[in-house]
Design a protein around this ligand. Structure first.
Ligand code: B12
Ligand code: SF4
Length: 485
């Protein structure tokens, strides 16, 4: 059996940033591989980081389809089917557009695969696989066989230890993939805490990246998880919503357990935008207080901001960058609003006749694929490019870094932000040499704890972490790609 994560079309373009696609291994496929039998021979190929050979003839080809890799996924599927191989497709884009996908597959899967894929394997072995499997009802990720991490080529990734301990999210933002993907059943559920901790224990090294949409989504689960993690000596990154950071003391517990950087979905400052996109959890929340609370805990912030919502005008780009710099946001992920097929946003835009292209390659949050309300598409794309240029200009990197208390925190911010955007040739070199693993200790160093010194103002690196030189090292950095919370 061959499991394939096709690269997106962009991977062939000069704008392609190899490091962005060498961050995380194909966790979804490694999760599915766990359901295969001991006798099955299985290969997992990530087209982003290795050469995908198409001259073989596996019995079963399993392909994961996102919106921006859809065309390449279909081409690979067609090629294998022409040779007589059985091809199955699943993932977010297949779930959103099953009728499009099924033209390229023997079987398609809608929704998460933990319930349907084992059912399919049983049907296949019995000689009666169905053309379509739909995940419904009371989904669960409890008691699953361990993710097949042995299939992951760890040295090809900066963050081989990515992990997901929950699925979905308790919120319902109109632009999010979530409700489309988890339709017809539970849309937020968690692992058992002991199983999550056992999976964490199996991961080598110290650094973890939780890819969960909203790591604080279930406060009870998160509290127990952090209690279990405290003392394990782990450093981790994750994502959460603004309201969850302001509420109670969960974020302090996370920091104690090793949280060092957080992806936060600020998205927009405009209440009309928030209300229109049903991102009600952000309404009337003090974003500055979020930034301050995280900064005081020594947690670096990857802020997510969306441009092109209906209340946005030509000022939105500068206003957003200024705010982010002023409030010490470490890395920013800007997106042009993108109505992914299957979302309520897409349906509303389509009803209003505002969708201007169905070329899925352009649904990469860098292109305008709809008619904006108060900006022209050119203004929107130019403003988005300018926001990236401005935010990652040397002057603003330094300005944002100096917003923190403590020299160590400032230095870490500086190296983290600069490392992510300013050392592309170095990243390319390490990737070509397939030695990304050597960067992990540097990443761990920059993520080491900043605590307040006795002066109350000067930060220091936590000696318990044994990374005293971390702040002066030239660390790598990463900010998660399109995330959700
Ligand atoms: C990590 C990640 C990435 C990594 C991917 C790493 C990797 N090797 O997988 C990188 C950095 C490459 C990335 C890039 C991008 N990403 Co991204 N990414 C994610 C993220 C945060 C986590 C994915 C993950 O690992 N989930 C956990 C695993 C366990 O779940 P899973 O992969 O979905 O797999 C399950 C099911 O989908 C299903 N399944 C999947 N395939 C198949 C196949 C079969 C046969 C079956 C049965 C089942 C099945 O079963 C699995 C188990 O349940 C998601 C958000 C999210 N929560 O999913 C966004 C997300 C997938 N990304 C998204 C986007 C838009 C992008 C970018 C376009 C962003 C950009 N502006 O450049 C690029 C393009 C990527 C591409 N190749 O096309 C969107 C996708 C929207 C859509 N409708 O497709 C998401 C949902 C974020 C969001 N909220 O908008 N991304
Ligand atoms: S955008 Fe974030 S907060 Fe909103 S539903 Fe999606 S994952 Fe949840």
């Amino acid at each position: 059996m061959k499991l394939i994560l096709p690269a997106l079309t962009e991977a062939k373009s000069p704008l392609f940033r190899p490091i962005k696609y060498s961050l995380f291994p194909p966790l979804g496929l490694a999760t599915l591989a766990a359901f295969l039998g001991d006798d099955d021979t299985v290969e997992l190929v990530d087209d982003h980081v290795e050469v995908l050979r198409l001259d073989d003839t596996p019995d079963l080809v399993v392909i994961q389809v996102y919106v921006t890799n859809a065309y390449r996924a279909y081409a690979i599927a067609d090629r294998y089917r022409a040779k007589g191989c059985r091809v199955v497709l699943g993932g977010l884009h297949v779930t959103s557009l099953p009728d499009e996908a099924e033209r390229h597959a023997d079987t398609i899967f809608l929704g998460p695969g933990e319930d349907t894929f084992p059912q399919f394997l049983a049907d296949l072995r019995a000689g009666s696989p169905k053309p379509r499997y739909v995940s419904r009802g009371k989904r669960s990720i409890r008691g699953l066989p361990p993710v097949r991490r042995d299939l992951i080529k760890r040295n090809r990734y900066l963050v081989p230890n990515s992990i997901v301990v929950t699925r979905g999210c308790p919120q319902h933002c109109d632009f999010c993939y979530k409700d489309a993907f988890f339709g017809g059943g539970r849309s937020f559920y968690t692992q058992r805490v002991d199983e999550a901790l056992a999976e964490i224990e199996r991961l080598p090294g110290r650094h973890l990246y939780f890819l969960d949409d909203h790591l604080l989504g279930s406060p009870t689960f998160a509290r127990e998880l952090f209690a279990g993690l405290t003392g394990m000596g782990r450093l981790f990154q994750g994502a959460a919503t603004v309201d969850s950071i302001l509420r109670g003391d969960l974020i302090e517990r996370a920091a104690e357990a090793g949280l060092r950087s957080l992806f936060v979905g600020f998205e927009t400052f405009d209440p009309a935008n928030l209300a229109a996109s049903n991102k009600t959890q952000n309404l009337a929340k003090d974003y500055a207080a979020v930034a301050k609370r995280l900064s005081d805990l020594g947690i670096m912030i990857n802020g997510s901001f969306v441009f092109g919502m209906d209340a946005d005008d030509a000022d939105v780009f500068d206003r957003t960058v200024d705010w982010a710099v002023e409030h010490g946001i470490t890395t920013a992920t800007f997106h042009i609003q993108t109505p992914y097929p299957g979302t309520r946003l897409f349906a509303a835009m389509e009803r209003a006749g505002r969708i201007t292209t169905r070329d899925w390659d352009l649904y990469d949050t860098r292109h305008v694929v709809y008619e904006p309300a108060r900006l022209t598409p050119d203004e929107l794309e130019a403003g988005y490019d300018k926001a990236y240029r401005d935010f990652y200009g040397w002057r603003n990197i330094v300005r944002a870094a100096t917003g923190h208390d403590g020299a160590r925190h400032r230095a870490k911010h500086f190296f983290y932000a600069a490392g992510w955007k300013k050392f592309e040739p170095l990243w390319d070199l390490v990737i070509k040499a397939q030695r990304l693993g050597v960067m992990t200790p540097l990443l761990e160093a920059v993520l080491s704890k900043v605590t307040r010194g006795t002066s109350g103002d000067e930060g220091r690196l936590d000696p318990e972490n044994g990374t005293g030189t971390g702040a002066s090292a030239s660390p790598p950095a990463l900010s998660a790609p399109a995330r959700s919370a």
